[in-house]
Design a binder for this molecule. Structure first.
Ligand SMILES: Nc1ncnc2c1ncn2[C@@H]1O[C@H](COP(=O)(O)OP(=O)(O)OP(=O)(O)O)[C@@H](O)[C@H]1O
Ligand SMILES: [Mg+2]
Length: 224
């Protein structure tokens, strides 16, 4: 991100949610984005994920300026490179857990035995081995959240953006999800950006970026 600003404008009011943020994230880094509610974490992830465009400044993905791409090229880039875990889970209500997870594989015709085995393995890893045939409305919020995380990882996207992925989870399940993200980041060289307001969740990440009022307050690299 190069000097990125985001101003939300409605009829009467203007709100500057991101104030000139410059940030470089390396391939394979596991970055936690920390900050109070309203500090700008979701806005930042939406900008990085090219779901929203900056009012000023540039967002570059692998050196490509997102604003230089057509809508079609931009959606191709998102499909190929970015996995999303939204703060709301966006599961498909009429598909069961396993079907929700393998949905992104179908886009590439990779919903074969191997893909289904990976889906089952990851679901088991986050404690959903017994719930694979359930529909989202038969699951708790935390269970739906875990399905959304596995769905975002199934294609092993080069970049994973996760917005409060453990917001609805107890400490043990949070730990499982955190370990899964850290493992995928290391083994598959996936760049992970995870937003949270819980400082405890930084323990497995390589780097913690603290956001306050739309600016970077602190950028800390962990040595391991
Ligand atoms: N569409 C919008 N129009 C106007 N203001 C907005 C809009 N979206 C977000 N904001 C404002 O921008 C600021 C940052 O919002 P953002 O959702 O990025 O915060 P956050 O750090 O993700 O908070 P939380 O931890 O509660 O999810 C907030 O003050 C919010 O009210
Ligand atoms: Mg948010």
């Amino acid at each position: 991100m190069d000097q990125v600003w985001k101003v939300y404008r409605s009829k009467e009011i203007e709100y500057t949610a991101v104030k000139g943020i410059s940030l470089t994230v390396e391939k394979g880094e596991f970055v936690t984005i920390l900050g109070a509610s309203g500090s700008g974490k979701t806005t930042l992830l939406d900008l990085i994920g090219t779901l929203d465009s900056p009012t000023k400044g540039k967002v570059l993905i692998d050196g490509v300026d997102a604003s230089s791409l057509s809508d079609r090229k931009l959606s191709l880039l998102r499909n190929e490179k970015i996995g999303f875990v939204f703060q709301s889970y966006n599961l498909v209500p009429y598909l069961n857990v396993l079907e929700n997870v393998i949905l992104p594989l179908m886009v590439y015709g990779k919903d074969n035995e191997q893909g289904i085995e990976l889906a089952k393995k990851l679901l088991t890893e986050v404690g959903l081995g017994e719930k694979m045939r359930k529909k989202p409305n038969e699951l708790s919020g935390g269970e739906q959240q875990r399905v959304a995380i596995v769905r975002a990882l199934i294609n092993k996207p080069p970049i994973l953006l996760a917005d409060e992925p453990t917001g609805n989870l107890d400490s043990k399940t949070s730990e499982d999800v955190l370990r899964l993200l850290a493992r995928m980041s290391k083994e598959e060289n996936i760049t992970v950006l995870m937003a949270t307001h819980d400082p405890d969740l930084t323990k497995l990440s390589d780097r913690s970026i603290y956001i306050k009022d739309g600016q970077i307050e602190k950028d800390v690299r962990m040595r391991r």
